[in-house]
Design a protein around this ligand. Structure first.
Ligand code: FE2
Length: 173
């Protein structure tokens, strides 16, 4: 091609081995990737907890809570995929084994919960943990010029903060 010999400006970031495919420093991104994999683990644990609430909830609020929990775990499933694909975009490998999720999650298993209010308290606790982890991811990503990861989790934080208010309003009735 006509510009094949024009290689005098090879010092730009696109040709730099220290950067990933979107021009961010690999060394910096390894920290963001690790944090995102921790978040991905918490999402998986929360997801399976919410499925349990959806299946097992009993009592007078069954018909309102059962579909609400389905709505929540469906949103989590989409977010899980977006976080995993962000990790790949940054040049990392998303965790995909439960043994990794259980080691790195900030949310613990919630087993055999049936009472509606207990399920909702589990939802609030899980959302609060995700929000906290995402604030940390956002700060770390922003420090390292990774606006894409910061924006991704910031949008989740805003949505989940509103859910905390709504689920807490349910508990206050
Ligand atoms: Fe269902």
């Amino acid at each position: 091609m006509s510009n094949a010999t024009n290689n005098t400006t090879t010092t730009n970031s696109n040709n730099n081995d220290s950067t990933n495919q979107i021009g961010l420093e690999k060394a910096d991104m390894s920290h963001v990737i690790a944090k995102l994999n921790g978040l991905l683990s918490s999402y998986h644990m929360f997801y399976i907890n919410v499925r349990g609430y959806h299946w097992n909830v009993k009592g007078e609020h069954f018909f309102s809570l059962h579909p609400k929990f389905e709505e929540l775990y469906t949103a989590l499933q989409i977010q899980i995929d977006e976080i995993a694909e962000r990790i790949l975009t940054l040049g990392g490998t998303p965790f995909h084994a439960y043994s990794d999720f259980t080691q790195h999650t900030g949310i613990s298993e919630d087993k055999n919960v049936k009472d509606g209010n207990t399920c909702v308290r589990g939802v609030v606790t899980g959302l609060q943990e995700l929000i906290e982890e995402q604030r940390q991811v956002s700060a770390l990503a922003a420090e390292n010029e990774d606006q894409g990861s910061a924006d991704l989790v910031d949008a989740y934080v805003q949505e989940q903060e509103k859910l905390v208010w709504m689920y807490n309003a349910f508990l206050a009735q």
